[in-house]
Design a protein around this ligand. Structure first.
Ligand code: ACO
Length: 435
C-alpha cells in the first residue's frame, strides 16, 4: 500500500519534510514546522473564502458536488424526502439515526410543548415597523430568546443543550409566523398542539376567524419536504457562522441569530427572494435571450444558479421541481414556472453556463412554490431558516462535542504598513484613504 504522506521540499532552505495525509487532507498546523530560521513564524496556507480548507471533521452531511449527491447521515436526500417528516429528519441529523415510532412520538411531543413564546417576545416583534424585513425580525427575536433562557449559556451540559434544541425547533416557526402576521397587521395565532409541526406553522400563518384551522394536506406535505431539503448542507456560509460563533461558547440563541444573519444574504439563503424578483423582471419567455446576454456580459447574475460545491444538478432542485407540480394542482399554476423552466433549458445548453458548470440550485424553484402558496418574497428566506434550524443545531452540537475544536480564529497575511511613528495634525498631508 502506498504511504499516506506528503513530501515537501522548501526551496528557500533546501529542507525536506514528510507530512501525514489523513482522510485526504494534511493538517495545516503540520506546515508550521517549515521555517527559514528559528524566529520565522512558520508556513501558513492562504485560503480566502475557504475554497480548499476543511474546518472540521463531521459525520452529519455528505455532498458529492460533481455527482450531485446529498446524504444526511448516509441516507440519500431523495429517500428522506419521500418517506420522512421534517421532525424525523431533524432527529436523524441531531442524533445520528432515524427514530423508532416511540422515539419520534416523544420527540414530536417534546418539540410541540415548546412552540409557545413568552408574551414579551411578542412585544419585541410588535416593536418593529410593519415593513420590517422578516429576516431582521427573526434574527432579533431569536437573539432575544437568549435573555429569557439564561441557563442556555451552559453549553457543555447535554441536558441544558437538549432543552434549548427543543425550544429552538419549537419556537422558530412561531417567531416566523408572528413576523409574517406582524407585516400584515394581523393578530398573532397561538400554536395548536393537535396539528403536526408544519400544519401548526400553517395554522399560525393563515388562520383567520375560523375556530379550527384545516390545513391542506398537499401543501402541508410540500412545505414539510421543503424543510427536509433545507435541513442541512454541511459547511455552508451560515453553518460556518453557527460553528464559528458557537466556538466562543456563546449561547445557542445568540449563535443562531448570527447564522440567520449569514443566511439572509442574496448569495446564500436570500437567493430565493432574488430569483423571484429576477423572474418578475424578465416577465416573459421572449425576454430570456436578452437577459442571458446581460448575465454573460457580467452585468448581473442568473440567481438560483451556481454553487460552491455542486458542479452538477443540485438534487434538491430536482425534487423541488416535482413538488411544484403537486402544489400547483392545489393553488393553480404560477406562470413564473414556465419562465424558470425555459431559462433553465436555455442556460443548460449555453456554453457560458456549461463551461462553468452552473446548474440550478435549491433556490431556483423554491420561491415559485412559496409564492404559489401565498408567501411574499420577503418570507422565503425565513422558510429556509426554519428548515435549516435542525442542521445548524446538529452542527453546533457536533462542534461542542469535538475535542479537536477550539475557538475559531483564522490567521491573516498582514500586508499593511510596517511600524511607523505618529504624525501630529499640523504635519499631516491629504493622503489617499483606504476604502
Ligand atoms: N450567474 C452567472 N455567472 C455565475 C453565476 C451565476 N449565478 N454563478 C457563478 N457564475 C460565474 C462567475 O461569474 C465565475 O465566472 P468567471 O470564472 O468568468 O469569473 C464562475 O461562474 C465561478 O463563480 P464563482 O463566483 O467563483 O463561484 P463561487 O463558488 O464563489 O460562488 C455562488 C457560488 C455564490 C453560489 C454563485 O454561484 C452565485 O452567486 N450564484 C447566484 C446566487 C445563488 O443562487 N445563491 C444560492 C446558493 S445556494 C444556497 O446558498 C442555498
Amino acid at each position: 500500500m502506498p504511504e499516506e504522506t506528503l513530501s515537501i521540499t522548501d526551496n528557500r532552505t533546501a529542507t525536506s519534510y514528510t507530512i501525514p495525509i489523513e482522510h485526504g487532507a494534511i493538517r495545516a498546523m503540520d506546515l508550521r514546522q517549515i521555517k527559514t530560521s528559528p524566529e520565522d513564524f512558520g508556513l501558513m496556507t492562504y485560503d480566502p473564502a475557504f475554497m480548499n480548507t476543511a474546518c472540521c471533521q463531521s459525520r452529519i452531511t455528505y455532498i458529492d458536488g460533481d455527482k450531485g449527491i446529498l446524504l444526511y447521515r448516509g441516507y440519500p436526500i431523495e429517500q428522506l424526502a419521500e418517506h420522512c417528516t421534517y421532525l424525523e429528519v431533524a432527529y436523524l441529523l441531531l442524533y445520528g439515526e432515524l427514530p423508532t415510532a416511540a422515539q419520534l412520538e416523544e420527540w414530536a411531543q417534546a418539540i410541540t410543548h415548546h412552540t409557545m413564546l413568552h408574551e414579551n417576545t411578542k412585544r419585541i416583534i410588535e416593536a418593529f415597523r410593519h415593513d420590517a424585513h422578516p429576516m431582521g425580525v427573526l434574527a432579533s427575536a431569536v437573539a432575544a430568546l437568549s435573555t429569557f433562557y439564561p441557563e442556555a449559556k451552559n453549553v457543555h451540559d447535554p441536558a441544558v443543550r437538549r432543552l434549548q434544541i427543543l425550544r429552538l425547533l419549537g419556537k422558530i416557526p412561531t417567531i416566523a409566523a408572528y413576523a409574517y402576521r406582524h407585516s400584515l397587521g394581523y393578530p398573532y395565532v397561538y400554536p395548536d398542539n393537535d396539528l403536526s409541526y408544519t400544519e401548526n406553522f400553517m395554522n399560525m400563518l393563515w388562520r383567520m376567524a375560523e375556530p379550527k384551522f384545516q390545513p391542506n394536506r398537499t401543501l402541508a406535505r410540500a412545505l414539510d419536504v421543503l424543510f427536509i431539503l433545507h435541513a442541512d448542507h454541511e459547511q455552508n456560509c451560515s453553518t460556518n457562522a453557527m460553528r464559528s460563533i458557537g466556538s466562543s461558547l456563546a449561547d445557542p440563541y445568540l449563535t443562531m441569530a448570527g447564522a440567520i444573519a449569514a443566511l439572509s444574504g442574496p448569495l446564500h439563503g436570500g437567493a430565493n427572494e432574488a430569483v423571484l424578483r429576477m423572474l418578475n423582471e424578465i416577465g416573459s419567455k421572449d425576454n430570456i435571450p436578452a437577459f442571458i446576454k446581460k448575465v454573460k456580459a457580467g452585468e448581473c447574475k442568473l440567481m438560483g444558479f451556481g454553487h460552491r460545491v455542486y458542479k452538477n444538478y443540485d438534487p434538491r432542485a430536482r425534487i423541488i421541481k416535482q413538488i411544484a407540480e403537486e402544489v400547483f394542482e392545489v393553488t393553480g399554476r404560477n406562470p413564473l414556472i414556465d419562465i424558470a423552466r425555459e431559462l433553465e433549458k436555455i442556460a443548460l445548453e449555453d456554453e457560458y453556463f456549461v463551461k462553468r458548470k452552473l446548474y440550478p440550485n435549491v433556490d431556483f424553484y423554491s420561491g415559485i412554490i412559496y409564492q404559489a402558496m401565498g408567501f411574499r418574497p420577503e418570507m422565503f428566506t425565513v422558510l429556509f431558516a426554519i428548515g435549516r434550524t435542525a442542521g445548524w443545531l446538529a452542527q453546533w452540537q457536533e462542534m461542542l462535542e469535538d475535542p479537536a475544536q477550539k475557538i475559531a480564529r483564522p490567521r491573516q497575511l498582514y500586508l499593511g504598513h510596517a511600524r511607523r511613528d505618529f504624525v501630529p495634525m499640523e504635519q499631516r498631508a491629504v493622503a489617499e484613504l483606504v476604502r
